[in-house]
Ligand binder design. Sequence first.
Ligand code: GRA
Length: 327
Amino acid sequence: MAERKVGDICGSSASTTSDDHPEDTLDLKPEDGDPESPEAQKDQDLKSVLVTSVLNLEEMDVDLYRGTHHWVPRSQRLFGGQIIGQALVAAAKSVGDNLYAHSLHCYFVRAGDPKVPVLYQVDRIRDGRSFTVRSVRAIQHGQPILICQASFQMLQPSPLQHQFTMPAVPPPEDLLTAEELIRLYLSKPDLAEKYKLGLNKLLAIEVPIEIKPNLFWVRARGYIGEGNMKLHCCVAAYVSDFALLGTALLPYPGYRAQFAASLDHAMWFHSTFRSDEWMLYECESPWAGGSRGLVQGRLWRRDGVLAASCSQEGVLRVKPVTRPSKL
Ligand SMILES: CC(C)(COP(=O)(O)OP(=O)(O)OC[C@H]1O[C@@H](n2cnc3c(N)ncnc32)[C@H](O)[C@@H]1OP(=O)(O)O)[C@@H](O)C(=O)NCCC(=O)NCCSC(=O)CCCC(=O)O
């Protein structure tokens, strides 16, 4: 019989069997697949940091988890995608293997503090025949920073099947990564010192996501492996918040964000996909007003299958870009 350790929030621990919550043993670790396969050989040292650390929550007690931070944005508030991804991991741990995340709805109610860990408390709202709903509160300093509802469904076939068509874009292999692009700029001999400094700072940031700018080809860095769809959904939830809100600023090159923070985030998962393989992230902003911007994203598998969709509204307070006078 499997044994697992539980403890209270203060860190004391006790031992119990997994019999009372057999689903709690759900393994969200990356799959190793065939260790002899060339892919596994090549990637065995390159496990995605997203699954080995960011999304690898520590179990504190039944339905209570603790997450740690990896990359913290310059704003010094926690990255929203990290909190959503970790909340989905916590929710997924309380549902059976035959259930798959199909949607989540979150509100970011307070800025996350990078100096302390985040606790995730899961409420088992309902276990239905087809659908199962969980509510997760992400807590710091005794107060919620995120509330998240996630819904899971067993696989069910349907004659209704349609999707938009993926935009035609160059494949990721034909494009430069963000790092390559920065290095290209840095190699220019006439680049001013202040830009060199800024670009070198950008290069030093270790974001566990790879992006090719052009609508965004995106994937988790490192190897996760095939098969664990719950885990790929959690990674996609992390990835989906990256650079999404900035889409609402694209029509306004004359302004820059003075304050930007996502208010809510909703996501729907449509098909199986691998978050460690290139997916096209198509982002658009149908509306902005009232110091807020609405953004929508579609994650496409490179074979043209729509993998996931998301929507987000964020606070956007801007100020005009001041350019030095040429006189
Ligand atoms: C959204 C808020 C800030 C709302 O709280 P609030 O108390 O109502 O705050 P607020 O009044 O909006 O103030 C926020 C800020 O806006 C300023 N402000 C307020 N009114 C005005 C105005 N008229 N003109 C100019 N500035 C104004 C306030 O002074 C605040 O500024 P400050 O924080 O003091 O510098 C809060 O709920 C919160 O912090 N929620 C968490 C949001 C969050 O952390 N989201 C996830 C991280 S953001 C992210 O991940 C985006 C992706 C990053 C990427 O794309 O790279």
